[in-house]
Ligand binder design. Sequence first.
Ligand code: NAG
Ligand code: NAG
Ligand code: NAG
Ligand code: NAG
Ligand code: NAG
Length: 305
Amino acid sequence: MACNLKHLTCSLLLFISLIGSSIADDDEDLLEWVQQDNRRFLNAVLRVSNLNRTIEFYTQSLGMTVLRKREIPENDSFGAVLGYGPQDSQFVLRLKQIREGENLDIGTAYGHFGISTEDAYGLVEIIRAGGGVITREPGTLPGTTQIFAFVEDPDGYSIEILERPPTPAPINHINLHVVDLDRAIQFYQQALGLQLILRFDNPLEQYTMAIMGFDTNLTQITSVELQYNYNVTEYTSGNGYIQVAISTDDVFESADAVELVIQELGGTIIRAPDENNKTFSFLDPEGFKTVFLFPSKMISSSKLC
Ligand SMILES: *[C@@H]1O[C@H](CO)[C@@H](O)[C@H](O)[C@H]1NC(C)=O
Ligand SMILES: *[C@@H]1O[C@H](CO)[C@@H](O)[C@H](O)[C@H]1NC(C)=O
Ligand SMILES: *[C@@H]1O[C@H](CO)[C@@H](O)[C@H](O)[C@H]1NC(C)=O
Ligand SMILES: *[C@@H]1O[C@H](CO)[C@@H](O)[C@H](O)[C@H]1NC(C)=O
Ligand SMILES: *[C@@H]1O[C@H](CO)[C@@H](O)[C@H](O)[C@H]1NC(C)=O
């Protein structure tokens, strides 16, 4: 009798461990699939206090083109899409007019976006001549050759100007401030399928930066910069920066993978995908919102507007 019971326990344990390992295998397959998925950064969404004024600055001082515009942006709908090329191949910015009666609060969690130019000194002079604020004159960090500058748009959003050769990704990166850099890197690798391209420390200016992308050639792609500022443990999210959107070949698989990683590293699902609306949105462990879009969904929504 005792022997039989023992046998039963053993079988049960074996059975349970088999189920356990096949779940683990499925999880591994899912995370492996994330790395093979066809992804790119589509757009970032920012609220602005005066859409026309921002459009004027982005077109006249930064040389962007208005790709789409709604003359009467209602409520929280987008007002304009701006960029340097077609949004079906390039990363673009979607600007929203802030709701009436609300004040724009840029917060401290969102850092900046960066643009590439072949002549950073020349572009900074154009921005200055247009009345733009230069917060960091063009130059390099000690011991490096990358020329860069920082300017501010009319709302005070920071914009980095990077001197780079011609590129298919002129809106070069977005920069986000994080409190736990290692966790953020791990989340973005596993849940988003991004690769860590470069990680460096700048003790002089008290930050550590991790640059991540869906490909590794920094001059050719749009990347995300995760910036850890020494000893900063809290940021405010404000109401300016809203989200970044990423394409996927399968929004349901993408959602499953994100949920899996959220269980381990933290984060919040905002909207699960359904058959009618193939989008999926969530907050990462730092509280930044990401939206996954199935490409056909992206095309049909761009035809609509
Ligand atoms: C913004 O500019 C458009 C023309 O491009 C104009 O029709 C609209 O009234 C302007 N809106 C505001 C709030 O000034
Ligand atoms: C905008 O918001 C107002 C008030 O909440 C609402 O009555 C109106 O229908 C909304 N418009 C659209 C296009 O959603
Ligand atoms: C990145 O791409 C550019 C253009 O194709 C090329 O000239 C450069 O050598 C590449 N850099 C690296 C590190 O592969
Ligand atoms: C601030 O951060 C740096 C780098 O992470 C660390 O070496 C230093 O000990 C921290 N200082 C304080 C006061 O926590
Ligand atoms: C579909 O999803 C998008 C993005 O979350 C949302 O803005 C839109 O309202 C949704 N449409 C419907 C019909 O639910």
